[in-house]
Design a protein around this ligand. Sequence first.
Ligand code: SIN
Ligand code: FE2
Length: 216
Amino acid sequence: MLDLFADETPWQEPLADGAVILRRFARAAADELIKQIENVAQRSPFRQMVTPGGYTMSVAMTNCGERGWTTRQHGYLYSPDDPLTGKPWPAMPQAFRHLSDAASAAAGYRDFCPDACLINRYVPGAKLSLHQDKDEPDLHQPIVSVSLGLPAVFQFGGLKRNDPLVRIMLEHGDVVVWGGASRLFYHGILPLKPGHHPATGDIRYNLTFRRTGKSE
Ligand code: SIN
Ligand code: FE2
């Protein structure tokens, strides 16, 4: 298929202290990443998790790697097994690892070695309320977040829930990396607008790479 943007050179936009947007960084790898998402989801299907407060999340999730993020009655945790299948989460695909390594290096985080990837699937209307990524034991390790398919508005704030928010449109292939001073900044995704994307149809995927075990 003719892709007018296939040759677009990636560029960087600073977001906050320790945080940067790598525009279009994952675009060349996007088709392979999407294929691997589908592979993972065949073994550990997307599911809408229920929060400890009893709220069914609008975003559907699955995981790959050594551990996966799941909700529990009394909180959140990284589990080595998928509670839905009772089996370990699928291994992290090579293409995922390569992309995360390249993105973290481009953002200046040279020693990031993710052992988990949360995969989010948004359909129109799905959103992710403001939250911090704070379930990881080593907060020196950044988060690498990859957007695929339909665009979405990302909100990025500060250490307090009511700090001012910036709103950024994240498009197919954009990567956001946050760590250091902004590692615990609140962030979220506004309700996805309906649309069609040639790579994913009416869906937005997001990959977040995390270090969930002790770093070497
Ligand atoms: C997340 O905060 O885990 C995902 C953010 C996104 O979907 O871009
Ligand atoms: Fe998050």
